[in-house]
Design a protein around this ligand. Structure first.
Ligand SMILES: Nc1ncnc2c1ncn2[C@@H]1O[C@H](COP(=O)(O)OP(=O)(O)OP(=O)(O)O)[C@@H](O)[C@H]1O
Ligand SMILES: [Mg+2]
Length: 224
């Protein structure tokens, strides 16, 4: 399970990043500067339409800045708001298999499937049809898919927006455990509307008027 990527600490660095969608005059992201240089649970809040999803698209390179530079060495995985838009296969095993992007032995495949399902609290779910999973279980399957493809930095775009309270807490706890692992902590950037989730974060920033605020401890975070 080790490769050269895992020895590097993943980072993301925005330098004066500006972005607007074609045909729109106003800058949605404007001279945005921030860094994430160590593993942990990083959260971003912001109002509807403030550009949170756009920020994630800039991070993973789906769109390019108009000005400025996005620096990153991270191997980025994405977890969307609605797992039904992301999951392609009929059962957990086949979904995980299409996310293994390396040529490894059947023995290793079995080992990794067991490992990632265990990591997200879905031990024994390998043969389960996806349609029998709850929303929270599906969301945790998408996280397992990101892990099995050896991602070291996961972007989560309002992953609990469609979930009930129980599933919300399970997904939050899954990421909290993965990002506070003593041996190999994950880096996760979590977008949310729900202010009650901020207490799980190691650091919180707000996206407002195209700027991302500095990172604060959740307890110091002031909503204004
Ligand atoms: N592909 C696109 N082309 C043009 N405009 C877009 C595109 N995607 C988003 N926008 C616009 O950019 C603005 C920010 O959108 P974005 O989805 O990044 O916001 P958000 O903070 O994620 O919102 P929400 O809280 O609703 O998820 C919105 O006004 C939106 O209409
Ligand atoms: Mg969004």
């Amino acid at each position: 399970m080790r490769d050269s990527l895992e020895k590097e600490i993943p980072y993301i660095h925005f330098k004066d990043v500006t972005f607007s969608y074609p045909g729109k005059k106003e800058k949605l992201i404007s001279k945005c500067n921030f860094s994430i240089k160590k593993p942990g649970f990083w959260m971003v809040v912001g109002k509807n339409g403030s550009g949170k999803s756009t920020l994630l698209k800039l991070i993973n390179g789906i769109i390019k800045p108009k000005n400025g530079v996005v620096y990153s060495n991270a191997n980025i995985g994405m977890v969307f708001q609605n797992p039904d838009h992301q999951i392609l296969m009929p059962n957990c095993r086949s979904e995980l298999l299409i996310n293994i992007n390396q040529n490894i032995s059947d023995y290793k495949v079995a080992q990794r499937i067991e490992y990632v399902l265990d990591q997200v609290g879905l031990t024994g779910f390998e043969k389960k049809p996806v349609h029998t999973l709850s929303g929270g279980q599906k969301q945790r399957l998408t996280i397992a898919c990101a892990l099995i493809s050896n991602r070291n930095f996961i972007l989560l775009d309002e992953p609990t927006a469609l979930l009930d309270k129980t599933s919300q807490l399970k997904v939050l706890k899954t990421i909290k455990d993965l990002t506070s692992d003593h041996i190999k902590p994950l880096s996760a950037l979590w977008i949310t509307h729900r202010y009650e989730e901020l207490i799980y974060a190691d650091a919180v920033a707000e996206l407002k008027n195209g700027f991302l605020s500095s990172w604060n401890e959740p307890s110091k975070f002031q909503y204004n």
